[in-house]
Design a protein around this ligand. Sequence first.
Ligand code: MG
Length: 369
Amino acid sequence: MNLAIYACHPSLSKGRKFQEEESLIRNAFQRDRDRIIHSSSFRRLQYKTQVFVNHEGDMFRSRLTHSLEVSQIARGIARTLHCHEDLAEAIALAHDLGHTPFGHAGQDALNECMKDFGGFEHNLQSLRVVDVLEKKYANFNGLNLTFEVREGILKHCSKKNAQKLGDLGKRFIMNRRPSIEAQIVNLADEIAYLHHDLDDGFRSEILTFEKMMELPLFEKFFKAISNSHQLLSSEQKLHETLRLMMNSIISDLCHESFKNIKKFNPQSVEDVRGHKNIVCFSDEMGARFMEIKQFSRINLYEHPRIQEMSFQAKNIIKSLFAYFHESFNQIPDNFKTLKDQSRERAIADYVAGMTDRFANNLYKSINKN
Ligand code: MG
């Protein structure tokens, strides 16, 4: 690995909460990545919704395939910018561990249920999963990950919550940035979901080629591929167009980030944290990217079919929360043993960890009686 001076070096890590002996064969970030992959929360991502609920069909993305795509994109960018690939990979694989069942609808519903008890935010919950909720090590709760991976997982945070997070929360109070690797994963996440949501949206027949031609970037590559290859199937045309779009977006991001590196000339990770974001798009590509975001919101996320799924999902989450509030003894004991944990937080932890399928079945069995 050809690491730049502004990249995170495992040997200079700010360390773990509980001190551990270093591994002889894996660096600290590799070890974090391995712990994440072996966690039960990671396995459960397989049955959690990205946009289309898990039982809608097998061909759509789940949170697991989304996380793998984010990791693949982030590693590619990290390598190009001479940053630490293992760190980018670990952050990417962990970034959605705190997601509720049923995607954003599930998180909104749980946040409403928790509004008088500190709220619910999936980003903070991902950190909670790796810090305390995973319980399989003898000497500590959680996965005891390095500061750098935890910093990357915590993408957003209110100032109020940041004050409770010690060192990790400081950057939100002091308005500083995270490492370059964390900045890379942040945008890799957006690139991945905008790309795969267009793909899933087309295959669900909610989006059409005609509709997607409203996007200048899509139109440009679609026309080019249709002219040069006239006999392609629609699946091939879609894949080729999205592939070329993603390639141009990622190339732009690498180019612009290199320009910023040259301009700011950061000499350490602390330097990176003190500048404005180094990893970003050019103004031109930033505008194209915003168009795709808006397009997806209007034509996909707000589509009546998706809204109907969201409505059902919210109903399930709210019913489960109310049920466990009445019957707290039904919550498994390992969700009740944390210090300073309210009854409501224990319910939120339990419900958030469920897969779509588990939550659905539980809802059905509760409402049968
Ligand atoms: Mg994500």
